[in-house]
Design a protein. Structure first.
Length: 264
């Protein structure tokens, strides 16, 4: 977790840590919603094409898919169809590296960002509003003090992406999203336990506060096989619960635009 006070003092980005925020005025979400939720799917996995996309489409939901080139390039035509249906395509690097101590910013950008962007631009069109997700939730790059390694990674993303999604933290305060766009907080509710109540509790928090919840999913399978998997039945329960609530369900880019976030 980033240190909020240190980052603010360094002129960087911040993460909101307050467990009981007090809003003078709630953000006016579209369609009279009380809060927003973005459904995000990492890694470009086959089960997302086979199970997640049909479930989303049947309910009229659009999501954000963070594609890892090495996972999905064999089925790129099907992923293009997903994009054509209105789902957002984000960048999750070429090879999904999780251990970045030996990377310099230049090497990481050259090998993982620039190559991935060329691939995505060639197959999905040039996009200056693309979002990024940190592989494995790791936000440290290279060696040195934690603040230095985190700011090194974030600085590598600036200019190439509209925003970046991390993996931990409470729903996002809409008043701070523009400032914190490169460390947007999120939750993988079924990563450790295939229990829809975890996702629902997280979204209820967003509803109480009027905030933006970002959920992370990986494989969507008939039954859970290991860490990160979500069963189709529980994925369906989460989607159906969202339909009953005053939640605006939209891809990350649409929420960012609603909040006035633009490329710099």
């Amino acid at each position: 977790m980033l240190n909020r006070r240190t980052l603010l003092a360094a002129g960087g980005v911040s993460i909101v840590l307050s467990p009981q925020p007090v809003l003078a005025q709630r953000h006016g979400w579209p369609h009279g919603a009380r809060a927003a939720v973005s459904l995000t799917y990492d890694d470009g996995l086959d089960s997302q094409l086979e199970n997640a996309v049909p479930a989303l489409d049947s309910r009229g939901f659009k999501a954000t898919f963070f594609l890892t080139k090495e996972n999905m390039e064999a089925r790129v035509a099907q992923w293009r169809a997903v994009a054509d249906e209105g789902h957002e395509i984000g960048d999750h690097t070429v090879s999904h590296p999780c251990h970045l101590a030996h990377y310099s910013a230049a090497r990481f950008k050259r090998q993982e960002i620039d190559k991935a962007e060329r691939f995505l631009n060639a197959n999905f069109g040039v996009d200056r509003q693309r979002t990024f997700a940190f592989p494995c939730g790791v936000i440290d790059m290279g060696r040195g003090p934690q603040l230095q390694t985190q700011l090194r990674y974030i600085s590598t993303l600036r200019g190439d992406f509209l925003a970046a999604r991390a993996t931990d933290g409470d729903p996002n305060d809409p008043r701070l999203v523009s400032r914190d766009r490169y460390v947007l907080q999120a939750m993988a509710p079924t990563y450790d336990h295939d229990d829809p109540r975890i996702a629902i509790a997280y979204m209820k928090k967003a509803l109480r506060w009027g905030f933006w919840a970002i959920l992370i999913f990986h494989d969507i399978l008939p039954r859970r096989k290991g860490d990160g998997d979500t069963s189709i039945a529980h994925h369906d329960l989460i989607l159906d619960w969202i339909r009953t609530q005053p939640l605006w369900c939209a891809p990350m880019r649409d929420v960012l635009r609603d909040l006035g976030v633009r490329t710099t």
